[in-house]
Design a protein around this ligand. Structure first.
Ligand code: NAD
Ligand code: ZN
Length: 351
């Protein structure tokens, strides 16, 4: 679990205070990895830079890659004689995941792809702080950093991945465009559905999942807006992340990983494109999802898989079926008899 968290509108102004006691010395900088959306925005002037601290702006147009993590680690090691005092990730799931991975790789030998999997990290990461600027993924609270590698899209899942400190300032999400707000918010909603209906469910996950679900319903189907809505979605993301931390996601995530690997379709929208077709597995969840799509007048892309080759389908099906825990959570221990490659391909063909 994240050991330290602060929450509140305007709390970003406390980042300097939080970092000060963690500064090793004047030569060990803090490195801020910030979504390049903020490059010419006010937030940059509020970043508490001291000594030789550095801001690196990173585009979130593509999901984080193992090679990108390795390049950032090399850049930081080449520029400074000492290891940094810490890494601060500011942005959505993309930046939050990148910052976690960079913090791990700065203190562990080798390259990022070696650590994709479960509990392969040997040494603690550098001190790292997460500051979400869009709500939904739960990346701020999870013990994974999802990376696209040369062979697979898979997280670095470890106890050292989790942030040492998270700063939740709902004001930072004010500028998120509506469609992106919806897609990333639906990531949280789908986490709840997949966790709450899964065979891995337990009282720990259920308590967080139910709270996140209630908050999602308020945000996406209730009549709240503005501050209240931003506050609630930020807490929904947190609880949704906590829920899957002790259970698993399911079919939408497995299939969305395949779409992302082959076609570069991003996580939030990819989940939505898949989830709308999963009523036979998640009848109540999909019915509610459709209401949310309608209420917010969201148009999802169509016929995305219509021109794919058999080889393309094979790749996606392999990536998706490789995520065994997700299928077992969704369909039980005998999932292989239920979800055959042929059936999965037919499901992809609907998207
Ligand atoms: P994102 O980080 O990819 O950002 C989406 C878009 O929103 C980008 O264009 C970004 O620039 C913009 N944006 C972010 N904050 C903004 C703001 N305040 N104002 C205006 N624009 C803003 O989106 P995401 O959906 O949060 O993250 C997706 C990533 O999260 C994927 O890479 C996925 O694999 C990962 N993920 C990780 C976990 C985890 O547990 N580690 C869980 C789910 C998803
Ligand atoms: Zn997700």
């Amino acid at each position: 679990m994240v050991p330290r968290v602060i929450f509140g509108q305007g709390s970003f102004s406390q980042l300097g205070e939080i970092l000060l006691p963690k500064r090793k010395n004047a030569d060990a900088p803090f490195i801020f990895l910030i979504d390049d959306y903020f490059e010419s925005r006010e937030l940059v002037s509020q970043v508490p830079l001291m000594f030789n601290d550095k801001i690196i702006f990173v585009s979130a147009d593509e999901e984080p890659k193992t090679a990108q993590v390795d390049a950032l680690v090399t850049l930081i090691k080449d520029e400074y004689d000492e290891l940094p005092s810490g890494i601060i990730g500011i942005g959505g799931g993309t930046l939050l995941d990148l910052a976690k991975a960079v913090a791990i790789l700065l203190n562990n030998k080798g390259i990022a792809e070696n650590y994709q999997g479960w509990d392969l990290v040997n040494k603690p990461a550098l001190y790292h702080v997460g500051v979400p600027t869009i709500s939904g993924t739960g990346a701020e609270v999870s013990r994974t950093t999802v990376l696209l590698g040369p062979e697979k899209k898979l997280g670095i899942n470890s106890d050292f991945t989790t942030y040492d400190q998270v700063l939740l300032d709902p004001d930072l999400t004010k500028t998120v465009p509506k469609e992106q707000w919806f897609f990333t918010g639906m990531d949280c909603y789908i986490h709840c559905v997949e966790s709450l209906t899964g065979t891995y469910l337990n009282a720990f996950s259920k308590s967080y999942g139910e709270k996140a679900m209630e908050l999602c319903k308020d945000v996406f189907l209730g009549d709240i807006s503005g501050e209240e809505s931003r506050d609630k979605l930020m807490m929904a993301s947190w609880h949704g992340g906590m829920s899957i931390a002790y259970s698993q996601v399911g079919i939408a995530h497995a299939m969305s990983y395949g779409l992302s690997y082959l076609l570069g379709i991003k996580h939030g929208i990819g989940n939505c494109m898949v989830f709308q077709h999963l009523e036979e597995f998640y009848p109540e969840g999909v019915a509610l999802f459709r209401k949310m799509v309608e209420k917010h007048d969201i148009k999802l892309p169509k016929n995305v898989c219509s021109n794919l080759t058999q080889n393309d389908f094979d790749v996606m099906v392999n990536v998706a079926l490789g995520l065994e825990a997700l299928w077992e959570n969704a369909l039980g221990k005998e999932w292989k008899t239920i979800m055959t490659p042929e059936r999965l391909q037919a499901m992809y063909q609907k998207i």
